[in-house]
Design a protein around this ligand. Structure first.
Ligand SMILES: CC(C)(COP(=O)(O)OP(=O)(O)OC[C@H]1O[C@@H](n2cnc3c(N)ncnc32)[C@H](O)[C@@H]1OP(=O)(O)O)[C@@H](O)C(=O)NCCC(=O)NCCS
Length: 191
């Protein structure tokens, strides 16, 4: 288990204007995590470019934010111009924050968001060779069916329901409040 203990952080969706927080988190990933996140080694300039296009790609990025810094993310990305049956998910947790349940919690948010957008199949790169990803996918086996060694998870049940939509809406409202508080904290810190 990592030496860091989760204390005061929150999970919420990132706003398009917060792409620099996303970028800084991805840049802080250690070499191995970075390679697993992107399925190959990537340079700093690749990450800067990737984060810059976060909102243009229509991605939904869930982030764990602590003391104004993003420490973990889960990105749900549509394949094509509109949300369809298939989407891609990618996860990243900074080394000091791994093994504290963040990946598990973020995967729950991504599965629900995918279902609410009518996605049935979720592509997760690295799943086949990534023991931790396998472990967190197994913890969601009631909602996510996947074959060992496969990189595609099938969301079950497939259809959104009142509760899944309400839960996302309530969390978005809370997330908005947390974003305002984060912003206020950053402004005060910078003054
Ligand atoms: C994969 C990743 C997202 C997991 O996040 P995390 O916050 O550490 O995950 P959690 O703490 O929720 O769960 C990790 C689980 O893996 C288990 N685990 C840890 N090391 C393991 C290993 N070597 N073999 C099998 N299971 C392992 C833990 O015990 C834990 O399960 P438990 O809660 O039942 O004990 C994170 O490690 C990461 O960002 N890795 C680098 C990037 C990456 O691989 N991204 C995925 C590609 S899209």
């Amino acid at each position: 288990m990592s030496g860091h203990v989760r204390t005061s952080g929150t999970i919420r969706k990132l706003w398009p204007q917060e792409q620099t927080l996303f970028r800084d988190h991805l840049l802080r990933l250690d070499k191995a995590s970075r390679a697993m996140r992107f399925a190959h080694g990537v340079s700093d300039s690749f990450i800067e470019d990737y984060a810059r296009h976060m909102s243009e790609q229509g991605s939904t990025v869930f982030a764990y934010i602590e003391d104004g810094e993003v420490r973990a993310t889960a990105e749900l990305k549509k394949l094509g111009d509109v949300w369809g049956r298939e989407a891609e998910a990618a996860f990243s947790v900074e080394a000091a924050f791994q093994d504290h349940g963040l990946g598990t919690e973020l995967m729950g948010r991504v599965i629900r968001a995918a279902r609410n957008r009518g996605v049935h199949l979720l592509y997760m790169s690295c799943l086949a060779s990534n023991a931790k990803m396998q472990a967190i996918a197994r913890k969601h086996e009631a909602e996510l069916r996947f074959e060992m060694g496969e990189v595609v998870g099938e969301i079950v049940p497939q259809e959104p329901n009142y509760f899944s939509i309400l839960a996302e809406a309530v969390e978005d409202r809370m997330g908005f409040m947390m974003a305002v508080l984060d912003l206020q904290r950053r402004v005060v810190k910078a003054a």
